[in-house]
Ligand binder design. Structure first.
Ligand SMILES: [Zn+2]
Length: 239
C-alpha cells in the first residue's frame, strides 16, 4: 500500500507526464524548452552551463547537397563551430559532404539511419537503427566519431533513452527551437524565435534540409552576426 504522500507524488508525476505528452502531441512545439521538461529528464542534455558567452548551434537531417555546403560557408565567415546531427542514409549518399563537415572542425552526431520516430516504432527497431548509424559514422570518421545522439522529432521513449545512455550515448535535446522547418511561419518569425530565446549556453536547433532552407537562409547569417557583435562565440558540442 502506498502512503497518501506517495500516492500524491504518483498523481503529480502522472499529471506532469500527461501535460508533456499533450504538449508534444496537441500543441505543435515549444520555441524555448520549458524548465519543467529539463527537470523531468535531467539525464538528457538540454543546454550547456558555460558562463563564457558560448552558443551551441546544431543542424539536423543532413548532409544535404548544396545546403550543408552553404551552412559550412556561413559558419566559416564567423569562425563558428557547430554540431551536425546526420541521418545515416544521407551519410551513405553524401560521404564526401560528411568528410567536409568533419574536416572543417565541426562535430558530427547520430540522428538515426531512417529518421525514425521512437513513438511509432518498437524499442528494438529503434535501438538497431541508432546502432547502424553509429557503425556508418565509425566507418566514415574512424577515431573522430563520438556517441552524441539526437532523437528525431525530439521524441524518445524512456526505455530507449535508458538503453542508449547505458551504452554510452549522450542524448542531446535543445534549449531553443528555431522552427526553421515550419513552412507556415515567416523567416522574420523564425529569426525572432531564435534571437529572443537564445542565451549563454543555449543549444539551438536548425536543419540543413531542403524543407527548412527558406527560413534558414534568412535566419542563420543574421543569428551569427547578431551574437558575434554581442561578443558570443559558437562552439561545437563535445563528447
Ligand atoms: Zn530530424
Amino acid at each position: 500500500m502506498l502512503s497518501s504522500l506517495e500516492e500524491n507524488k504518483v498523481k503529480v508525476n502522472y499529471f506532469i507526464t500527461c501535460v508533456i505528452y499533450l504538449t508534444f502531441t496537441i500543441m505543435l512545439y515549444f520555441i524555448k524548452t520549458p524548465s519543467i521538461n529539463k527537470r523531468m529528464f535531467p539525464k538528457l542534455t538540454w543546454d550547456v552551463h558555460s558562463n563564457n558567452k558560448t552558443i551551441y548551434l546544431t543542424f539536423d537531417d543532413g548532409p544535404t547537397p548544396e545546403i550543408t555546403d552553404w551552412v559550412l560557408n556561413q559558419l566559416k565567415v564567423y569562425n563558428a563551430k557547430a554540431t551536425f546531427f546526420c541521418i545515416g542514409k544521407n551519410i551513405t549518399n553524401q560521404p564526401i559532404l560528411l568528410q567536409k563537415i568533419n574536416n572543417e572542425g565541426h562535430t558530427i552526431g547520430n540522428h538515426t539511419n531512417h529518421h525514425l520516430n521512437n513513438w511509432k516504432v518498437s524499442h528494438k527497431t529503434y535501438i538497431e537503427d541508432v546502432e547502424q548509424t553509429q557503425e556508418i559514422l565509425k566507418q566514415h570518421l574512424g577515431s573522430t566519431s563520438n556517441q552524441l545522439f539526437r532523437p528525431p522529432y525530439g521524441k524518445i521513449k524512456l526505455k530507449s533513452a535508458k538503453k542508449l545512455l547505458s551504452k554510452g550515448y549522450k542524448i542531446i535535446m535543445w534549449d531553443v527551437l528555431s522552427a526553421d522547418f515550419d513552412q507556415s511561419i515567416t523567416p522574420e518569425k523564425c529569426l525572432e524565435n531564435t534571437l529572443k530565446n537564445t542565451t549563454d549556453g543555449s543549444i539551438v536547433i536548425f536543419h540543413d534540409s531542403v524543407k527548412a532552407f527558406e527560413n534558414l537562409k534568412f535566419v542563420l547569417p543574421k543569428t551569427l552576426d547578431h551574437f558575434s557583435k554581442k561578443g558570443f562565440t559558437f562552439e561545437s558540442l563535445t563528447v
